[in-house]
Design a protein around this ligand. Structure first.
Ligand code: SF4
Length: 368
């Protein structure tokens, strides 16, 4: 034993100095968003924590909703066992377009194995620029009962080894989704549930999901009523999104992670910046900072691309149109966004005090 430690310990054989260029990013630049108090030791999905009595109550509430549907602000009030409302989906089954591990989500959601995504067909909004137009507007897909849906969750868990079950555009099928989660927990589902929504939900619907959903992934699309009326075909989108996101945050709080960098619980808000509508984006991020939480995790997205009805020949035909702009529908949003528009929303978010952002990976790979 040496009497005293040498001033500099010799390097072990395998210890080499790492060139600065390939060092990992410093914690201050990369890990702060998942440091305590947003770091969880371990996580048990919420659907495992509700009692069998509460589960039975939820089942009965789910069937009641389907008999008098008020699941979204359309408030159709129809008995979906007999006829359909605006969303055109009945009660016994849901229509699903795709079920698969998905690698197009945020790094903390998709991880290394993918997010177990279920893309539901149909929607309660009618966005003219819908980025999933072929799924949401066309109602392509296959019909599944809640029990069959639960079996697919198990396949995603056992075969896909995904990090979560990600329910995409589920607003109009919440009762069937609730029933499927309750069935899946009996089959042994251990994964957190993600509710990936446009935010056009009713509070009744979110109440039914309380205790079943771990992560809410709401879009906040537009701010002005005139814009929501014209582009989403909904009068009351903004007020609804505000109420819904506040209710989601009250249930699960800010986004939390386990040490592997995978999100397990909380709210992650997405805003897709629209061409020429960055002022609406700025209002949205300011509202989030002032009314939800300064610790809200936010993804300011720049991948808008004209789809669905945008850029199609205007009704009445091109010959009837007198100006170039009128030759196509929704000409004002018939382009990609530019980086200045995205940067101005990000700047407004930072000035309002938000600081937890989903960042693109600088090294081109995963950024977990
Ligand atoms: S979920 Fe469908 S049926 Fe129910 S209120 Fe909304 S649009 Fe109408």
């Amino acid at each position: 034993m040496p009497k005293s430690f040498p001033s500099s310990l010799p390097k072990r054989p395998f210890q080499r100095s790492i060139p600065t260029s390939i060092r990992q990013p410093q914690p201050s630049s990369r890990w702060l968003h998942l440091a305590p108090p947003f770091l969880l030791d371990r996580y048990i999905p919420r659907h495992h924590l509700i009692s069998s009595i509460d589960a039975a109550k939820k089942r009965s509430e789910a069937y009641a909703h389907l008999r008098n549907c008020n699941l979204c602000p359309r408030l159709c009030g129809v008995n979906r066992y007999e006829k359909t409302g605006v969303c055109l989906i009945g009660a016994e089954t849901v229509k699903v377009n795709t079920i698969a591990p998905h690698f197009g989500e945020e790094p903390c959601i998709q991880g290394h194995n993918g997010s177990g995504s279920v893309f539901f067909s149909g929607c309660n909004l009618r966005c003219v620029f819908c980025q999933n137009h072929d799924i949401a507007h066309q109602r392509n897909g296959f019909d599944l009962t809640p029990e069959e849906l639960a079996e697919w969750y198990m396949k995603l868990q056992e075969v896909g080894r995904v990090h979560n079950i990600n329910l995409v555009t589920p607003e109009h099928v919440v009762p069937q989704v609730a029933l499927s989660i309750l069935h899946a927990r009996e089959l042994g589902l251990r994964l957190p549930i993600i509710y990936n929504t446009s935010s056009f939900d009713s509070l009744e619907s979110l109440k039914l999901l309380d205790g079943l959903v771990d992560i809410y992934l709401p879009d906040f699309k537009v701010w002005n009523t005139e814009t929501s009326r014209r582009l989403l075909k909904a009068d009351n989108y903004t007020e609804t999104a505000m109420e819904s996101i506040k209710a989601m945050h009250a249930q699960v709080g800010d986004l939390c992670f386990t040490a592997d960098g995978i999100a397990k619980k909380g709210v992650l808000v997405r805003h897709l910046v629209m061409p020429g509508k960055e002022d609406e984006g700025r209002e949205i991020v300011k509202w989030l900072a002032g009314n939800v939480s300064l610790d809200t995790m936010v993804h300011i997205m720049e991948q808008y691309f004209p789809r669905a009805h945008v850029g199609k020949p205007s009704r009445g035909g091109i010959k009837a149109s007198k100006t170039v702009k009128a030759k196509v529908r929704y000409g004002d949003i018939n382009r990609a966004v530019n980086l200045d528009e995205v940067a101005s929303v990000r700047k407004a978010a930072e000035e309002a005090g938000l600081w937890r952002f989903v960042e693109a990976a600088k090294h081109g790979g995963f950024n977990i």
